[in-house]
Ligand binder design. Sequence first.
Ligand code: GMT
Length: 374
Amino acid sequence: MKIGITCYPTYGGSGALATELGLDLARRGHEVHFITYAMPFRLRGYTERVYFHEVDTAAGRYPLFEHYPYTLALASKQHEVAARERLDVLHVHYAIPHATTAWLAREMLGPEHRLKVITTLHGTDITLVGQEESFHPITKFSIERSDAVTAVSAFLKEETIRTFGCAQSKIRVIPNFVNLAEYRPAETRSKEGLCPADHKLITHISNFREVKRVKDVVRVFSRIRRAMPATLLMIGDGPERDDAEREARLLEVDTDVRFLGKLDSVASILQQSDFFVLPTQAESFGLAALEAMACGVPVVGSRAGGLPEVVEDGVSGILEPPGSVEAMGRRAVEVLRDPARRATMSAAALARATRYSADLIVPMYESLYREVAS
Ligand code: GMT
């Protein structure tokens, strides 16, 4: 099939998932066209059957536009690519504004072109941004006008029904997936270059937005650090980074906390980690946690949103209510002090991750495409 994909191309779970999906679909013989304002960060180099179409974001080119109408530029590009390449499906990730521009692009096509629009809901498009008064009606409209809608967790599906009143039957849960060829346990473990050999390695990856509670990452770490030598690697960047750095100084653990910024490839770091920390306020799924688990790394995080669908408390990780940094730290220390328990938890994390293998989940999208296109 010919599939268009629109996503946020920068650092973030929805863009990562959309890109991995496109790459996997191309491997399965489909032709994939990414339509977005920058090359998605996981789209490295040339891949057969994968094309990238850049949307112009030239703000200020026309003096009348104080704010460049990016959404119109995106809809025009989606329409242009769909018409020229004869796309069967336009699959958009994150409802705002992608479901709306896709609807517009489909409306612009003549009746002879049967483009189908699929929207995948990822998280804050439903739980946060979409609920803002100004966005709610247009988000609801765009979701309802999509030919098919998927949510990355049962939690997110229920949230969408609750807050937007969408029909139960409209939304299908297709969970996120992980490429087990890339995210897998290390053949040999060596922390060289990451932290001193006798340190436990604790990792966090996110876009450092408020919802991620990155200061809590540092607080959990400081409880671990008090109990044993440990290093925290903070990967990613965003508005809360300064606060997290300040918290590390305040708690006097800053010499053992390293902020690495945005990294394209994280598997080699995850493979050497002892715990992955995700103490977020609301998490629809937690793709970064799944990728850590696929590397055999247990998760310590929040019992919030869809995270309990991925991590089983006490088995493949530790879950406590958001903000419970004391309990998260204490329970992580208990596991880290007991190598046999940590090994059992690591094996359980890996076993859990295999349920979300790309080989199992990507065919669910393929069947959905075939269904809507028939
Ligand atoms: O909704 C967001 O916060 C944005 C999105 C992203 O681009 O990072 O994250 C969401 O989508 C991911 C991929 O499906 C999920 O793994 C994350 O849990 C989800 N984030 C939240 O719900 C906060």
